[in-house]
Design a protein around this ligand. Structure first.
Ligand code: GRF
Length: 219
């Protein structure tokens, strides 16, 4: 199987980009990063990619008349860099069918909540304000609805009583950095099948003997 070439879309700090790049370096993700595209010229992720010698391009959404025109420019750039899979990693734009049609079932995202709870922006703040005691992160395929497509992998973390949103954000990020490279590696290995809303990972079974109770209880 040809090596998977990942095009990363990112707008911010790029810690997920770093985790993906580190997993490739460590041999845990058998893929390469084709490019990092950002809609924000000042995004820290661009410098991080540059340091690793990964090609970057800034495509500012504000210079386009419509989301579709922006998505066409993004898809053209991804094609130009030879990306076979698109990984959104802190990309703060909603993508349209224009992009999804160019990469059918080949666009993935990481969301800092246990979907379908807390879709949209500021998911960690939404979770904290709602009072959930278990939060987490989700890697999913992208469809035309925001934070909605078929779920590949999720991780849960307890919400620590009294912690601020920043602390929760960091603890969720730590599991994001574990699960995003793993989900990408399953895709790279050709083990991920989509069946409607359901995703099957060939050769993997759900863990049936582990659970997280939060707050902790006495047995
Ligand atoms: C992450 O929390 C991700 O789940 C969300 O945006 C954040 C990006 O962080 N979509 P980083 O830029 O990868 O550090």
């Amino acid at each position: 199987m040809a090596e998977l070439s990942i095009g990363i879309l990112a707008s911010g700090a790029g810690s997920n980009f770093d985790a993906i790049a580190a997993a490739i370096d460590a041999g845990r993700l058998r893929a390469r990063i084709a490019c990092v595209l950002s809609n924000r010229a000042g995004a820290a992720v661009l410098a991080k990619a540059g340091t690793r010698g990964i090609p970057t391009r800034v495509i500012e959404h504000g210079t386009f008349e419509s989301r579709e025109q922006f998505d066409t420019a993004i898809a053209d750039a991804l094609d130009g860099f030879g990306a076979g899979l698109v990984a959104m990693a802190g990309f703060d734009r909603v993508v349209t069918a224009t992009l999804l049609r160019r990469f059918p079932a080949r666009v993935v995202n990481i969301h800092p909540a246990l979907l379908p709870a807390f879709r949209g922006s500021h998911a960690q703040a939404q979770a904290a304000a709602y009072g959930v005691t278990i939060a987490g992160a989700t890697v999913h395929f992208v469809d035309e609805d925001v934070d909605h497509g078929p779920i590949i992998l999720q991780a849960a973390v307890p919400v620590v009583p009294g912690e601020d949103e920043e602390s929760l954000r960091h603890r969720i990020l730590a599991v994001e950095h574990r699960i995003y490279p793993q989900a990408l590696n399953w895709i790279a290995d050709g083990r991920v099948e989509i069946d409607g809303r359901l995703v099957r990972i060939r050769g993997r079974r759900a863990v049936a003997d582990q659970y997280l109770i939060s707050p902790a209880i006495e047995d």
